[in-house]
Design a protein around this ligand. Structure first.
Ligand SMILES: Nc1ncnc2c1ncn2[C@@H]1O[C@H](COP(=O)(O)OP(=O)(O)OP(=O)(O)O)[C@@H](O)[C@H]1O
Length: 277
């Protein structure tokens, strides 16, 4: 068995008097898609921030390929972790291609002299970055939008553009924070297929989403955070039917939920179809 690509161990994050995360652990294997769900304020984005060097955990550690994560986000990108944000963060007045090229520059080795004088080596690097950006836009399904300003793109395409830009850094691990927020069902399904394609490239993915149906139809493994603590984790079919998870979402006590699940199973002739389908 190969070692996990990413391992967060007992990550705790305290802001003043508020414990936003308490001893949260997560293991991401190569080629795996892991989902992170939980109610508002559960600590999901804070956890991503700990995985990208934006926050240094108060306790615990994050290991990428068995090595301690750098504490600087730019170094984390170079080490192989890329992310998208809950609120889209594009350069609105740059074209789609230029936005992706910004991601590509994290990987380029242009020295300051080459950049200042814009010599042949600089131009070669820029041309390569542009070609790669176009490839990635096509991969993300928005190849036609290369010359459009980011701010003029439809919302769903902006989200895809963010993913293309993250991929331009050649990540081993991609963290997606609510990639389908605000999308219609067709865009959501297209995003699900895009994430499968990304996984097929060999990139391991962690996804935060409120849409549990999307998560259960996408992920190999799901972790549920509630009030900064890991409530349940496991395969989607196990997590989906866990009464504590249903309680966290529906606000009902586990016993009541269990009774409802039982009742529904009886009505369906003994076939438990699950509650969140
Ligand atoms: N920089 C910060 N300083 C102080 N408190 C913070 C900071 N960042 C997050 N928090 C607090 O930590 C808790 C977890 O927030 P976080 O944004 O991680 O939750 P979330 O699960 O991503 O929520 P949502 O689903 O609404 O995005 C919240 O109580 C939030 O107010």
């Amino acid at each position: 068995m190969t070692a996990p690509i990413l391992r967060a161990q007992d990550v705790t994050m305290i802001f003043g008097g508020l414990t936003a995360l308490s001893e949260v652990s997560l293991t991401l294997d190569r080629g795996q898609i892991v989902g992170l769900i939980g109610p508002n304020g559960a600590g999901k984005t804070t956890f991503f921030n700990c995985l990208t060097g934006l926050y240094t955990p108060s306790k615990g550690q994050v290991l990428l390929n068995g090595r301690q994560l750098p504490s600087d986000p730019a170094q984390v990108t170079i080490a192989g972790i890329a992310r998208t944000f809950q609120n889209i963060r594009l350069f609105p007045n740059m074209t789609a291609v230029e936005n992706v090229m910004v991601g590509r520059h994290a990987r380029m080795k242009q020295g300051p002299i080459a950049t200042i004088f814009r010599g042949p080596r600089f131009r070669k690097g820029e041309n390569e970055a542009r070609d790669r950006a176009k490839e990635l836009l096509a991969f993300a399904g928005i190849g036609r939008a290369g010359d459009e300003l980011a701010r003029n793109l439809p919302y769903g395409d902006q989200r895809r553009l963010e993913i293309a830009r993250a991929l331009a850094t050649d990540p081993q691990v991609l963290l997606l924070d609510e990639p389908t927020a605000g999308m219609n069902p067709q865009e959501t399904e297209a995003t699900r297929q895009l994430i499968f394609k990304i996984r097929d490239l060999g990139v391991s993915v962690v996804v935060i989403e409120h849409d549990t149906k999307f998560i259960f139809g996408l992920c190999d493994h799901v972790s549920v955070l509630v009030q900064g603590k890991l409530l349940v984790e496991g395969p989607p079919e196990v997590v989906r039917n866990d009464p504590h998870v249903i309680e966290a979402y529906l606000g009902k006590p586990p016993e009541e939920v269990q009774a409802e699940v039982q009742h529904a199973a009886e009505l369906l002739g003994g076939h438990d179809k699950g509650v969140n389908q």
